[in-house]
Design a protein around this ligand. Structure first.
Ligand code: SER
Length: 600
């Protein structure tokens, strides 16, 4: 029987043998694309090849520092889908998952893609035919029946009874967003579970929903590793779920062991396991709990974990054990995962911060429930829900979940009205932040923001020094607190006043230019080859995160460093950069202290 690790490897080996280039997973944070929060599919990093915006043979792939060099690639991609957060807890939904995929941009099309899929399933995985059926697009007014796929399956020996026809909703994919490549799909089911989706991009859908045939036809397939592991580990066993597979089993066991409930709630345990696993990956990519965007998603995940911990009265070293389990499970495939200590500290800090509010808020909620029941009301008034949000930091989705459990609904219109009013007031108010939960939280949050800004400023400073004093300048030490940054670098003499002024001016110019700060993962040797600055003398993992500070209009890159983050998204956020002091610290090393001020 193949484990999840072996399945991942078998898949990539198979497609490698079929002449595909294996491309590492891209970051969960999409490259240079502020319109989407997270990476949700394997095709995302290849999107420009489908619409011919990039040529796989000529244009540099954003993280490989060279063109793909082939029209056929395969990957195992980390994905995170926010749409499923609230369904987690049942048998099949996850937030984080891995997607195995093979892709072609004008290399091969339907017949070959179906043949590859069939060969992998029958000769590598040895799944017997009787457990399989497939679906193909049945056609509608606009798009014809996909008879090429239908015939391809027939030719491989599937009986017509096993080739079902699906409509536009089920067997047509894309585009993601307003416009983009899209096309019919053929889907493979094992034991009734959809495991593999083969998308054939033949059309480009414009924002007015018009379809035009694509010049280059593309293949985009996606197979969920968790589901594949399930059908491989438990053939034809309807009782088992993804949480019983090797990817989760031990985590659930640890949680069960530490629950103080006589009958632990599987739903709560699954939520904790899924959300922890996702949080481990997101934190490792530099996302931290906060009140905006990605940070808020992590905050929501951790706050939901906190509630489930309380419901299960978990105690003891369970979190260390569960995080350890996941890190060990994944560190070979994803060497850039952060350490258990670091991840646990961040999660625990967020839980601790939320703990008191959670307890008080839940008491208020209980009281509110009694009132509603006494009055036979089924709707939670918007102002009551908003009170839980504003005063106790309960995310809206979280309040909705509490309500659902009691068969209640929330007056969301009322809630949103108050939210908007509050936001306007906050904007008008001085530095009071929206959704701040107590002064300390605001202070912590502001300190953290300042440190992040100083961190990006350090990258700008290092590059500015290299431009003005020469490429021999490298970082020998760095220390950042909420007040200032400190950077040590080798240089034989004192810097002149003019040099310091030039450095300061250059950094401020780059801040003013509003450069984008983007990051992505790539193999270490590729990163070094591409000229990314390696800062520390420590050993790097095989796959590293590279931060680029670049002009997103011209594509011109100012700074490129191997770094774990986090950073601001745009240099404009930094404010005004000021050098405070330059001095010698012996051994031919110079030290610069600098700070930033708000740009008013
Ligand atoms: N893009 C398709 C999906 O998300 C196949 O990879 O299912």
């Amino acid at each position: 029987m193949l484990s999840s690790e072996e399945l991942r490897k078998e898949f990539l080996d198979f497609f490698s043998q079929k002449g595909h280039r294996i491309v590492p997973s891209s970051s969960l944070i999409p490259y240079d694309d502020p319109s989407v929060l997270f990476t949700t599919a394997g095709m995302q990093q290849f999107k420009p090849y489908y619409s011919s915006k990039l040529d796989p043979l000529k244009d540099k792939h954003f993280s490989l520092s060279e063109p793909l060099g082939t029209r056929n690639v395969a990957s195992c991609q980390k994905c995170f889908r926010t749409t499923d957060i609230d369904s987690v807890g049942d048998a099949s939904h996850l937030t984080f998952f891995e997607m195995l995929g093979n892709f072609s941009f004008g290399g091969y099309f339907k017949k070959e893609a179906i043949k590859y899929a069939w060969e992998f399933i029958s000769t590598i995985l040895h799944i017997p035919k009787e457990r399989i059926y497939v679906t193909v697009f049945q056609g509608d007014d606009e798009i014809p029946f996909d008879d090429v796929s239908y015939k391809a399956w027939l030719q491989l020996g599937l009986s017509p009874k096993k080739i079902l026809r699906g409509n536009r909703k089920d067997n047509f994919w894309g585009p993601t967003g307003q416009e983009g490549p899209c096309g019919p799909t053929t889907e493979i089911y094992v034991d009734g579970i959809e495991i593999w989706n083969l998308v054939f991009n033949e059309y480009y859908q414009s924002p007015d929903k018009k379809l035009t045939p694509l010049q280059i036809k593309g293949v985009d397939t996606g197979m969920g590793l968790e589901r594949l592991t399930l059908v491989m580990e438990f053939p034809k066993d309807k009782e088992k779920t993804i949480f019983d597979t090797d990817l989760f089993r031990n985590a659930l066991e640890i949680l069960r062991k530490h629950s103080s409930n006589k009958v632990p709630s599987e739903k709560n345990l699954r939520i904790i396991a899924d959300h922890l696993r996702a949080t481990i990956f997101l934190i490792s990519e530099g996302v931290r709990p906060s009140n905006t965007d990605r940070g808020y998603i992590v905050r929501r995940l951790i706050r939901r974990i906190a509630r489930c911990i309380k419901a299960e009265s978990l105690s003891g070293e369970w979190m260390t054990e569960v995080i350890d389990f996941f890190i060990n499970k994944y560190k070979k495939a994803y060497p850039s995962l952060k350490s258990q200590e670091q991840i646990e500290r961040i999660i625990q800090e967020e839980i601790d911060k939320f703990q008191k509010s959670l307890e008080k808020g839940l008491k208020i909620w209980q009281k509110l429930l009694r009132e509603l029941k006494n009055n036979q009301q089924k709707i939670v008034p918007g102002d009551k829900a908003f009170f839980l949000y504003e005063t106790y930091g309960f995310p809206l989705e979280f309040i909705k979940e509490l309500a659902r459990e009691e068969n209640l609904q929330i007056d969301e219109v009322g809630f949103r009205k108050l939210y908007q009013q509050h936001q306007q007031v906050s904007r008008a108010g001085a530095s009071q932040k929206f959704g701040g939960h107590g002064v300390n939280t605001i202070e912590d949050e502001e300190k953290r923001r300042k440190i992040i800004k100083l961190h990006t400023a350090t990258h700008l400073l290092l590059q500015a020094l290299r431009q003005i004093l020469g490429d021999t300048i490298e970082q020998r030490g760095s220390d950042i607190n909420a007040e200032r940054l400190r950077l040590d670098f080798p240089f034989a003499r004192k810097l002149s006043r003019e040099e310091l002024q030039k450095v300061e001016d250059l950094v401020n110019r780059k801040i003013q230019e509003g450069l984008s700060v983007i990051h992505y993962e790539m193999p270490l040797n590729e990163a070094l080859k591409s000229g990314a600055i390696a800062t520390f003398t420590e050993r790097y993992p095989d796959v590293v995160t590279v931060y680029e500070i670049k002009n997103s209009r011209t594509g011109e890159v100012f700074s490129k460093e191997i770094c774990a983050g986090p950073h601001v998204q745009n240099t404009k956020e930094i404010g005004v950069f000021k050098i405070l002091k330059e001095e010698s610290v012996g051994r031919g090393l110079r030290r610069i202290r600098a700070t930033i001020e708000d740009d008013l």
